[in-house]
Design a protein around this ligand. Structure first.
Ligand code: GLP
Length: 244
């Protein structure tokens, strides 16, 4: 794993944004794997600015998102559909027909999961996957204990995740307890992965990811088995790693 240490979250966003925009320019038909949460927002802002100022075009690109809450309609400001639309898609020239997010309100959620995997395969797989990391080591919504062989599936959120994500809702009770999440095996098939982390709250998770054993008890450790991962993290998030 390549580790890029930056001074703060602004630098993290710029470094990641530059890398992503460059890859989009080099491969206009790129399939981007996209993440939600607080961490990637600055990177998305960078991509929007870059699109406006430098004209980087997404007109031929596609995107697949990692996950979506079950039960939240697209109009709900806490749905990941709404997040992506307002934080990124509405401000780029990407075609809405080529942006894919699991539908957490589908009548047949199992079929939705199967179809999502098929869609990723039809796109030829993910070229560049952007990831955040949960404090408990989750990637997407793959909580501790998830099989490394997992594919897109219905998952239950860990208590810690519900507590962490409650900051976006009016109360913890409003946080959905289930989600559709791309699996670990799906994520590992991405050709390239960029993982972002900032802040002291992610320091232990990053330490386990970089120095810990590969175990399903810590889902992000699966990334140690991938040959093309870049971690872009700030000093706070890397504060428990002494040798970089
Ligand atoms: C969320 C998302 C993950 C994200 C993680 C960290 O629940 N499902 O994809 O990486 O938790 O979120 P944040 O960036 O807000 O710390």
């Amino acid at each position: 794993m390549k580790i890029i240490k930056v001074s703060n979250s602004t630098e993290m966003a710029k470094t990641a944004g530059e890398m992503i925009a460059e890859k989009v320019r080099a491969n206009p038909e790129i399939v981007l794997g996209l993440a939600t949460g607080g961490t990637p927002i600055g990177t998305y802002q960078y991509l929007i600015e870059d699109h406006k100022e430098n004209g980087t075009s997404y007109s031929k690109a596609s995107s697949v998102n990692l996950d979506e809450y079950i039960g939240l309609p697209k109009t709900d400001p806490n749905s990941y559909y709404f997040f992506m639309k307002t934080n990124l898609f509405d401000h780029l020239d990407i075609s809405p027909e080529r942006t894919f997010i699991p539908d957490g309100t589908a009548d047949d959620l199992e079929a939705e999961c199967t179809n999502y995997e098929k869609r990723i395969a039809e796109l030829g797989g993910v070229d560049l996957q952007l990831l955040g990391i949960g404090r408990n080591g989750h990637i997407a919504f793959n909580e501790p204990g998830t099989s490394f062989d997992s594919r897109t599936q219905i998952v239950s959120l860990a208590e810690e995740t519900i507590t962490d994500n409650a900051r976006f809702f009016s109360s913890p009770e409003e946080v959905p307890t289930k989600a559709i999440s791309m699996g670990i095996a799906t994520i590992l098939e991405s050709k390239e992965i960029i993982l972002l982390a900032n802040g002291k709250s992610k320091a232990e998770a990053l330490h386990s990811l970089i120095k810990g054993e590969v175990t399903e008890d810590f889902p992000a450790s699966a990334l140690q088995r991938h040959g093309n991962v870049t971690i872009i993290a700030d000093e706070d998030a890397l504060s428990l790693i002494n040798d970089i």
